[in-house]
Ligand binder design. Sequence first.
Ligand code: DGL
Length: 278
Amino acid sequence: MTARPPHIAVFDSGLGGLTVFREIAKIRPDANYIYCADDAGFPYGSWSERELINRVLGVMESLIEREAPDLIAIACNTASTLVLPHLRARWPGLPFVGVVPAIKPAAQMSNSRMISVLATPGTVARDYTQRLINEFAGDCDVTLVGSNRLAQLAEFAMHGEEVEDEAIAREIAPCFVEKKGARTDAVVLACTHYPLLVERFKHLAPWPVTWVDPAPAIARRVDDVLGQNPGAAAGSPLNERPSRRALFTSNEAPTPALALVLAGYGLTTRAPEPIGGA
Ligand code: DGL
């Protein structure tokens, strides 16, 4: 039997899913990747639930038809906390790995028992998020911070635009709570865009906290699921370089600054020519 590299699709509304893609690619450098950004629908944070379900199902329909992936990572909390059951019902044979707020690890590591969840307005409003809090952080004081702007600011930064410290500081400020001498000591990065700015968050934070990013755990989950799917578990044949492509639902060509960022992740924006030019 010829070894076939697994074909993994990583999906987000924009560039945030790159923070998940880079962790998956570290564990599975042998895989072929398609990074799909629904930039025509960005931002997802303020979509109504019904419209967002339809939107994501529609984009998935085309992605699956065109790319036939072995696994899809929904690298978006705003979508995963809502759409995963619908995706699994529609494509029961296809594994979907989602990203949901890392409330459990944050509660496990917090000494002060004060944690914050920094996310889009959509994610903080989800029943799913509330269920995670009830199940895993029942003894914590949990502050939900729904930011309207932070994902957009991360996009600006990725497109090489100047983002003022003040604009970021304003968005993260409500995460820092002090009560009866205790302080927030863990902040969940519950939107995949936020790890793109985490170094700036650290610099701007009024006091040090642990910023909890679930991406490495998601990558391990992807690897486990692929391992259970023998058709996609084998590595690339030696003569085949795995391909890594990015596609955008707007079909707009990336700006030079963005093309550079994508190249840093090893992603091209056009289908590679077949080896040998055939
Ligand atoms: N990156 C997405 C998330 O993890 C959402 C950004 C947006 O579209 O608002 O929630």
